[in-house]
Design a binder for this molecule. Structure first.
Ligand SMILES: [Zn+2]
Length: 293
């Protein structure tokens, strides 16, 4: 009986999964591709939620309490909701700087940082634009960063993580080539956004931001700002479109659209934010199909 118990215990140690909490659905999807059956993942936000202001439900504290690893977007995207959860969970594995704390933004070249700051980024993004995952080239960097962290935390499965990363990258590189071709005609195309959610995407495909509907990040538009935006759009000679995220109110965009006949295109910002965007791959397929259709 004792031997059986010991064998069961050994087996459970050998097959223990790395318990991971991630802040957003896109991180879950990439981590699943790299970690496979060796990891168990809990996602702290809901995909249709505003990523800046996730509701810090008490159940999230319990989820954080027992994990080995916390993977976050970083760049202050979670600053409004995650730090109190980490404090209250009181899990030394995932304190800032601990070996189970992985801030993805540290590996990314951020835009709109202090050295290149524009006034309009002030309020909620003091350290630059954190929406870097919407450049599909950054997805490879994120996948590699996760592979390295898992290999360190769980060295016995290192080969699996590396193999999974290689096959992820092979498939991703094919997508990048395809998306580059599809987006080529959009070079120079000017867009309006509500928030600077898609700047990395615009930069990658050489599109241009004419203006944002919110005057400053995190601040709702005034009637005056909307009027000046409408005037600006009417003066613009080229074809414009409104790329709107799904979590900000669309009232202002609809008003602008009514006065200017611009089309509003709903663009998902995360995996599962809109139907069809059910993986990191289909997030980009959905964005690009919506633009190019
Ligand atoms: Zn933002």
């Amino acid at each position: 009986m004792k031997i059986l118990l010991i064998m069961t215990l050994l087996a459970s140690v050998a097959y223990a999964k790395v318990e991971i909490a991630v802040t957003y659905k896109y991180i879950e999807d990439i981590t699943k591709s790299i970690g496979g059956a060796s990891v168990s993942i809990t996602t702290l936000s809901k995909p249709k939620e505003d990523p800046h202001f996730v509701i810090a439900r008490p159940s999230l504290i319990a989820k954080l309490r027992n994990v080995d690893l916390l993977i976050l977007n970083g760049g202050q995207l979670e600053i409004g909701w995650l730090p109190p959860l980490i404090d209250r969970a009181n899990n030394a594995n995932v304190f800032d700087g601990a070996k189970g704390f992985l801030d993805l933004s540290n590996q990314i070249e951020m835009i709109d940082t202090h050295s290149s700051v524009s006034q309009t980024d002030g309020n909620i993004h003091p350290d630059g634009n954190p929406h870097f995952i919407l450049d599909p080239y950054n997805v490879t960097i994120v996948a590699k960063t996760i592979m390295r962290k898992l290999s360190k935390l769980d060295p016995k499965n290192k080969d699996i993580y590396q193999k999974n990363y290689k096959s992820f990258k092979r498939k991703w590189d094919k997508n990048l080539t395809l998306w580059d071709t599809k987006m080529k005609p959009f070079e120079g195309r000017k867009v309006i956004q509500y928030h600077k959610s898609f700047d990395y995407f615009l930069k990658r495909y050489k599109m241009e931001l004419l203006d944002t509907i919110e005057p400053i990040a995190g601040i709702s538009p005034t009637a005056k700002h909307i009027q000046s935006l409408i005037a600006k759009i009417k003066e613009e000679k080229s074809d414009l479109l409104i790329m709107h995220d799904i979590y900000h109110n669309k009232k202002a965009a609809k008003l602008i659209s009514a006065k200017t006949e611009l089309t509003i295109i709903d663009i998902p910002h995360d995996v599962d934010a809109l139907r069809g965007a059910n993986s990191i791959e289909n997030l980009f397929n959905t964005i690009i199909n919506k633009l190019t259709q």
